[in-house]
Design a binder for this molecule. Sequence first.
Ligand code: ADP
Ligand code: MG
Length: 326
Amino acid sequence: MLALWKTWQDLKARGIMGINQRNGDYILKYNKRKYYPVVDDKIITKMRAIKEGIKVPELYGVIETEHEISKLKTILDGHNDFVIKPAQGAGGDGIIVIADRFDEKRFKTISGKMISYSEIEYQISSILTGLYSLGGMRDRAIIEYRVSPDPIFKSISYEGVPDIRIIVLMGYPVMAMLRLPTRQSSGKANLHQGAIGVGVDLATGITLKGTWLNEKISKHPDTNNIVSGVQLPDWDSFMRLATRCYELSGLGYIGVDMVLDQEKGPLILELNARPGLNIQIANDAGLAQRNHIVEAHLSELKKKKRIEVPEERMLFSQKNFAVTIN
Ligand SMILES: Nc1ncnc2c1ncn2[C@@H]1O[C@H](COP(=O)(O)OP(=O)(O)O)[C@@H](O)[C@H]1O
Ligand SMILES: [Mg+2]
């Protein structure tokens, strides 16, 4: 606990953002309530992304009622691997990642656990009752394409799919983090499931330091490999995707979560209207400070009656938030 307190104390000097400031100065100010459904329901996010020409994992099917669970067999027809998740879930809860079919009645999860067909049906039923949804409201179950991580992640990740989060203020990327699943996080890249967060230089896509369970780390706990200094492939594509999510969602302050699929390249996994603050530890930098730079730039543009297109916004961020390593 002391270590955590010290980390936050150190960061305070560098324009760290706290929870109250995030909620008051950013979420309330930049995120209009009417746009929340677009990010809080992953089916709506998917539909909107497809409309905007942004790539997402393919939707195999949606189950909305108990009665529809009987559709599962047809939905899974021809798919030996897939993902089941709550449309309104968060934090990785309620998600099962199926890596292979074992026989007619059984599957294998990403961590090698055997799971029966009826257990999957039961999971879907729990999703529908709202067990994993925000506010416990009834929910829908998504069955989608399972992302296979790009081989670049083999050495620094443990099972599952790492994801890349970029925080975007009014269409300007301000900070990025690579999240790596660990043995503890069962293939999911959510920090509170036990995944690692690693800062990423916005200018180059090279990884910086890591944080695990709120402590700074330099090696992956399962693979022992150094997590910093890794060049993420296709970095500008991630930046471009994140930047465009402002137009996609209408929300001014979001966390854009992306993955790098072996075959399909960068895909959007989800958007978050209340992005967490740990990204600051992973980057050893404060969000408030960077946000202020964007806000100052925006007010300059306003005076000139100008707005910038996604490509200009991306270049602004890469120029202003580049990490200089001494
Ligand atoms: N289609 C998928 N293929 C493989 N892994 C996935 C897929 N969808 C989610 N995951 C894993 O689960 C994690 C959480 O998924 P996400 O869609 O972001 O939901 P949540 O809102 O619960 O964070 C991801 O970071 C990823 O590691
Ligand atoms: Mg997520």
